[in-house]
Unconditional design. Structure first.
Length: 289
């Protein structure tokens, strides 16, 4: 083989390698699925193909990312469909799946939570398909609404705050809750407990664990950008809430406040079903009157 032929072969090989690398790069990169809009402390995010980093305001959130918080950390994540997830202290969760078609306004969102306090506010995805949160003791879903979840190694407390319905499944049995301010407790190795109404003071205590989100440099710009994107209208139709001084407070929610103030009224009658009716409970498919 001549010197010219060898050089041509080497150049051709190098060109093909460069083109293949260019094609492969996008396939290796995880898609951007949301953004960090508010934080306290130094919550951490670990994308599957990148080093762990602090989730400062404005940092992108990726599919299959692992989010962890310490004792003084909080994080508020906003997804591109308008869903949001507020993560309390000492939490660990993984965003297992996020698929969204902005034209059809449909998709799927699955999260695995190992521990911590979380609040999920549904966006476009949850209006057409249930969003799933898996814990060590149960599988939860929420449709078109707001759910507060406290996850411990052997116990899960799921509270329905607003929306169409929340389901709690464990050991082949499912509880369906449609009344705001009612919750289901599940312990490892057991079926979900009966839905029970909780006093507003108890719910407020859980919510306080999410309220330490502090404004950080750039948080105002991130919130304004999120607001102009229309995500507030997508979050179950709820507008943005404000705390003292008019500053945006992601720990507040109009629907949550409404659930607290109306838990004892006839406007929110109990409505739940179970695959195995318990004594005194209505058969599956019937709603409380």
């Amino acid at each position: 083989m001549t010197t010219v032929a060898i050089r041509s072969l080497l150049l051709s090989t190098a060109f093909c390698a460069a083109v293949c690398a260019t094609w492969a790069a996008p396939a290796l990169a995880e898609p951007r699925i949301g953004v960090t809009s508010a934080t306290s402390g130094g919550p951490l995010g670990k994308p599957p193909a990148e080093a762990e980093r602090v989730l400062h305001v404005g940092v992108d959130v990726q599919a299959n990312e692992v989010v962890t918080t310490g004792t003084a950390d909080r994080a508020h994540l906003v997804f591109i469909d308008g869903s949001s997830l507020t993560v309390g202290p000492q939490a660990r969760l993984t965003i297992d799946r996020f698929v969204y078609d902005p034209d059809a306004k449909k998709g799927a969102l699955d999260v695995t939570a190992a521990q911590g306090v979380l609040r999920f506010v549904g966006g476009k995805i949850s209006k057409t398909a249930p969003v799933t949160i898996r814990t060590p003791s149960s599988n939860l879903t929420i449709r078109g609404g707001i759910m507060l979840v406290t996850v411990e190694p052997t116990r899960t407390v799921a509270t329905f705050l607003f929306g169409i319905d929340m389901t709690v499944t464990a050991h082949g049995q499912t509880q369906v809750v449609t009344r705001p301010g009612w919750q289901v407790v599940t312990t490892s190795g057991s079926v979900p407990g009966q839905p029970v109404q909780i006093p507003p003071a108890t719910l407020q205590a859980e919510m306080r664990q999410l309220e330490a989100l502090q404004a950080q440099p750039g948080s105002g710009d991130a919130d304004r950008a999120a607001q102009t994107s229309g995500f507030a209208d997508k979050n179950s139709g709820q507008g943005r809430q404000t705390g003292s001084g008019g500053a945006y407070d992601p720990s507040l929610g109009g629907a949550a406040t409404n659930a607290l103030s109306n838990t004892d009224t006839q406007l929110q009658k109990p409505a739940f079903t179970s695959t195995t009716p318990q004594p005194g409970q209505q058969p599956p498919g019937r709603r409380g009157q």
